[in-house]
Design a protein around this ligand. Structure first.
Ligand SMILES: O=C(O)[C@H]1NCC[C@@H]1O
Length: 333
């Protein structure tokens, strides 16, 4: 009988299930190699842990692995309802706290402790507030993020012509104002899921994206519907991300707000050091700002600092009996 032990957290309402025990050692020299191995040979625990009856359609999780980057404290593989995510900002925010609280980071410093997390998209440095007893808010520095393509037109079944920008924030995101669908950003989750999910699926068919350094990241991961407030302002701007197989992010989406900042920076709408507040469908907020201009291949890119709060919700021990076929995992969308 397989047993999996997890710590359960959430960031802005988005679940983050950290799998501590149950996975065997995963072969592969790099995190991306390990993901390719899991996809090919060992995908069944993901369904068992993410899908019903232990999870649900929108469950999100992480497998902790030894890093191959010399500076990293931990490596992480993000898992979702259809596979493996290239980046997860909400996860890094929760995982930063977890790394401090579990004493996995040896060098605990006050008032903040640095945690280096090797994500599939690259090394991410997180800073965790820590007063000697308790961890708190977390900020992280993204991998190089860049505006990839402007004003890309796509014919979306039932919605017609939709124009998006495509931006890389750890994965490739399409960014689209809600007005393109004649919708309000405060629409119901099901309306957003349908409109943004259909757009994302069409983009995956029509639009090939290429990361300059990593072919494994060269696919459309997600789409974000926004309130269209792309120009810098101190006021809150709202967005909602749909990713993987139409999963709807409850948080403002860490890699999503990274890609929004990269879009705004690429369009000259925000300057280095200017902080914006991003709000999600649950009313949770992340802050984000562009902090440094860099290059990614030939692209003018930017490092983005994102901050937010993650919280513990519990722990779980999951098991599977040998004759339980349904218990291996199923989804109702
Ligand atoms: O915060 C993030 O970056 C993640 N949340 C779910 C989808 C993204 O991977």
């Amino acid at each position: 009988m397989a047993t999996y032990i997890t710590t359960e957290m959430h960031t802005g309402g988005e679940p983050f299930r950290i799998i501590e025990k149950g996975y065997p050692e995963i072969p592969g020299d790099t995190i991306l190699d390990k993901i390719n191995y899991l996809k090919r040979e060992y995908d069944h625990p993901r369904k068992l842990i993410m899908w019903e009856p232990r999870g649900h359609f929108d469950m999100f999780g992480a497998i902790l692995v030894p890093p191959d980057h010399p500076e990293a404290d931990i490596g992480v593989i993000f898992i979702n309802n259809e596979g493996y995510s290239p980046m997860c900002g909400h996860g890094v925010i929760s995982l930063g706290r977890y790394m401090v609280d579990k004493g996995i980071v040896k060098n605990l410093t006050i008032p903040e402790t640095v945690v280096r997390i090797q994500c599939p998209c690259g090394l991410v440095e997180a800073r965790v507030q820590y007063d000697g007893k308790k961890s708190g808010a977390v900020s992280f520095l993204s991998v190089p993020a860049f505006l990839y393509a402007k004003d890309v037109s796509v014919d979306v079944p039932e919605y017609g012509k939709i124009v998006v920008d495509i931006s890389f924030g750890g994965g490739f995101f399409a960014l689209v104002p809600a007005s393109q669908f004649n919708m309000e950003i405060k629409s119901s989750a099901s309306k957003i899921r349908a409109a943004v999910g259909t757009t994302l699926e069409q983009l995956r068919k029509d639009c090939k994206v290429e990361h300059p350094d990593y072919s494994d990241l060269s696919y459309m991961y997600a789409a974000i519907i926004t309130d269209g407030k792309d120009e810098y302002s101190e006021k809150v701007t709202a967005n909602c991300c749909v990713f993987a197989d139409r999963m709807l992010d409850r948080s403002p989406c860490g890699s999503g707000v990274t890609s929004r900042i990269a879009q705004q920076f690429g369009r000259g709408l925000i300057k280095l050091g200017q902080t914006r507040t991003f709000e999600s469908i649950t009313g949770a907020t992340f802050k984000a700002k562009p902090v440094k201009s860099v290059k990614c291949g030939d692209y003018d890119a930017v490092i983005v600092e994102v901050s937010g709060n993650g919280y513990y919700t519990g722990t779980s021990t999951f098991s599977l009996e040998e004759d339980d076929i349904i218990g291996r995992g199923f989804l109702l969308s």
